[in-house]
Design a protein. Structure first.
Length: 726
């Protein structure tokens, strides 16, 4: 996870924690305030109503009482306003009214009883009940009226309800009645209610959702105020606040807080993104620089960040990049000098046989034309016997200088001792004869200068694009032998020979082998790595194709590829090799890598590159085991296309190796631009390394350079034990 994402998450979490805390505290404070405000207002209303209604308590049935309460309740703030009588008095007449079949005239209540679960009845009225009469002054007129009708005795009863009493409930009262003739017992159901007046308004929550009401509960306690007549309480007024308004205010505040938080968070995140992009931009530059260093491109950060810590890191990265580039530059310089020693003759400065073979291979790839010349100084041994070392060296330098100046199309090489060679590139037979004629003239002049009858003889053979290096050299040597028979410093050029198979036969053979896949793949050239335990670990094998002609004779693979390229069949061939190699890895469950040689025509072909990328992606599990091999001298044909090919292969997850690496074809400064996985040195760099300090120094420097560029370095075909130890 990127640093910016981590910062976004952390800051968002902190913002949420702060908002959640503030939101909860704010909602709770508002809730408590609304509860307190509602309770206070309900209490004030109850007190005010009590004082207003006090003057109406003489006649509790007065309709003005209900009107006053309704007027207050209509304001909408209240859920319920209720006026209750404190004393519930059941008169004798009221009790007799509910007795079935009893005429009130002549009957009086001797005794009244009530089940305790409903409450209790206490008689009032009579001579011994003066205290109760005083306690019920507001009912005195009624009691006096009842007394005047019935004479002395109980006229009314004070009902005290139990805790289970409900307003308007019918309570059964057991009565013992008596008149002038008889005494009877009966039970009457009397409706009892303490409510004098009551107004109720439904709670309306309007737009407040139910989940909010369920989540935030408001405690709206009912408030009470007693109404007194002197020192005696006659009634009580009860007021309950309507929670709808409180919930609406609380919901509005909560919704507003959330909307504000969302807007504030969005704006903050926008500013944070802009700020972090500005702050972290130097980190991206540092990351890019680190990636470039890993790929061998040693750049520097030009615009240093203003943040102190990032500035220090950038400066350190620049210093590291400069130092590594300095080390690589020094290594390249050393390698360049050692390469010259390895590829050039120290005395004559001519290229050695290694370069001769490499240039011939390049001609194969370029489908070039020309001639191969072989020269030998026949009397060099006799000349050395009669002259000093300095004179011999001077003679060889003059001879080499003669070869280099004979034509701009001629390249001279010294094989060893008195044997030399030349390549005449892009010349036909007539031009080759002119060059060799001029060469004879120059050698004749040199003969006069050094007082030698003859200097050297030259044999030449035409370049055969479907031949072999050894075959062409052998043909030139045959021409050399004929030149010796002609005369001093003479040159003989062999005419174009008939090929072993004409081109039509080659075409038919190549098409048959590719179309019918009449080739086999052997896995050779095992590359081992030495671990710290000195145990050998197989790192890589090379897929090597073999084919035979109709007679069962092996087909030279170089010639085969050359013909396939000429007739545009090499793409089909390379596809078949890739598919067979993938099947080999999967079927044998290999864990090491396999290098697959590709022709440049395939590597640089867009269609083949896309096909190869797709088939690698289809076999992604073994992609890292596929190493595609291109020759060093082939890369130079189109460096830009080769870089595109590397990018495509790496995107698919596979790897790249350059084989037969020689600094002659790929300058060391260019290695860091390729992002290679492997380099396989040409065998001439490691054969005989135990006896040549120059080769040892070169390989050591290449190893150091490869480590800095994160490239694995392989040595090819090391056979001698001493070389292997080195």
């Amino acid at each position: 996870m990127s640093l910016s994402k981590q910062l976004y998450i952390i800051i968002s979490f902190i913002f949420f924690m702060i908002f959640a805390g503030n939101f909860i505290i704010s909602v709770n404070n508002t809730k408590e305030y609304l509860e307190t405000e509602s309770t206070t207002k309900a209490q004030d209303t109850a007190t005010s109503l009590g004082m207003v209604l006090k003057s109406y308590m003489d006649d509790k049935s007065d309709p003005e009482i209900t009107s006053i309460i309704s007027a207050i309740a209509n304001r909408g703030f209240y859920k319920e306003i209720r006026l209750e009588d404190v004393n519930i008095v059941l008169s004798q007449n009221k009790l007799l009214q509910h007795a079935d079949g009893i005429d009130g005239d002549g009957w009086k209540i001797v005794e009244a009883k009530l089940d305790p679960k409903y409450g209790s009845l206490e008689p009032i009225g009579g001579a011994d009940d003066f205290a109760r009469q005083l306690a019920l002054l507001e009912n005195m007129e009624m009691i006096q009226e009842e007394t005047s009708k019935s004479g002395t005795g109980v006229t009314s009863y004070l009902f005290t309800p139990s805790d289970h009493f409900s307003q308007g409930e019918m309570i059964p009262v057991n009565l013992q009645l008596q008149n002038d003739q008889q005494t009877i017992s009966t039970t009457v159901d009397v409706p009892v209610s303490t409510i004098i007046a009551k107004v109720t308004r439904a709670e309306k929550f309007e737009y407040v959702p139910q989940w909010f009401i369920d989540m935030v509960s408001l405690k709206m306690t009912e408030q009470k105020s007693e109404i007194s007549n002197g020192w005696n309480t006659t009634a009580a007024i009860y007021v309950s606040a309507n929670a709808g308004d409180a919930y609406a205010k609380l919901y509005d505040q909560a919704k507003g807080a959330i909307i504000y938080a969302i807007v504030a968070f969005t704006i903050s995140i926008v500013f944070l993104v802009i700020f972090l992009q500005f702050i972290l931009k130097p980190l991206k530059a540092i990351e890019s620089l680190a990636g470039s260093i890993a790929k061998g491109r040693f750049q520097t950060i030009q615009k240093l960040p203003w943040t102190t810590e990032l500035k220090n890191v950038s400066v350190a990265m620049n210093l590291m990049s400069d130092k590594i580039e300095g080390v690589i530059t020094k290594l390249n310089s050393n390698l360049h000098e050692m390469t010259k020693k390895l590829s050039e003759d120290e005395l004559t400065s001519l290229q050695l046989r290694q370069s001769f073979e490499t240039d011939i291979k390049k001609m194969f790839m370029d489908k070039a034309t020309g001639y191969i010349l072989v020269l030998k100084i026949g009397e060099l041994a006799n000349y050395a016997k009669n002259h000093t070392n300095k004179e011999v060296e001077a003679f060889l330098k003059k001879f080499a200088d003669t070869l280099t100046k004979v034509s701009p199309k001629a390249t001279a090489y010294r094989f060893y001792g008195s044997e030399f060679a030349m390549i005449l590139q892009d010349v036909d037979e007539d031009e080759a004869k002119k060059i060799t004629s001029k060469l004879k003239q120059e050698l004749d002049k040199l003969s006069l200068d050094v007082s030698m009858q003859e200097i050297a003889h030259t044999g030449g053979a035409p370049f055969n694009s479907i031949g072999t290096i050894d075959g062409m050299v052998a043909s030139a040597l045959e021409a050399y032998e004929k030149a010796k028979l002609i005369g001093p410093n003479e040159c003989y050029l062999k005419e174009q020979e008939d090929m072993a198979r004409d081109m039509q036969q080659w075409k038919e053979l190549v098409f048959d082998i590719i179309d019918n896949q009449k080739f086999t793949i052997e896995y050779v050239g095992q590359a081992y790595g030495l671990e710290e335990t000195t145990s050998e670990t197989l790192l890589m094998e090379e897929a090597f194709t073999k084919a035979v002609d109709r007679n069962g004779d092996p087909v030279p693979i170089g010639t085969f590829i050359s013909i396939a390229e000429q007739y545009e069949k090499v793409l089909d061939f390379d596809k078949a090799v890739v598919q067979k190699t993938i099947e080999h890895i999967k079927s044998n469950k290999l864990t090491h890598s396999i290098s697959i040689n590709l022709s440049l025509d395939s590597a640089f072909n867009i269609g083949f590159k896309n096909w190869l990328k797709n088939i690698i992606l289809q076999n992604k599990t073994i992609a890292s085991q596929l190493v595609f091999s291109v020759t060093a001298y082939g890369v130079t044909k189109d460096v830009e296309k080769f870089q595109y090919f590397i990018e495509a292969i790496h995107e698919a997850g596979a790897k790249i190796i350059i084989k037969r690496f020689e600094t002659k074809f790929i300058p060391l400064d260019h290695i860091k631009n390729f992002n290679l996985d492997y380099i396989r040195l040409a065998r001439d760099y490691t054969n005989g390394i135990a006896k040549q300090s120059t080769k040892k120094g070169f390989v050591e420097s290449m190893q150091e350079l490869s480590k800095l560029l994160n490239i694995k370095l392989l040595a090819e075909n090391v056979k001698d034990d001493e070389d292997f130890e080195v």
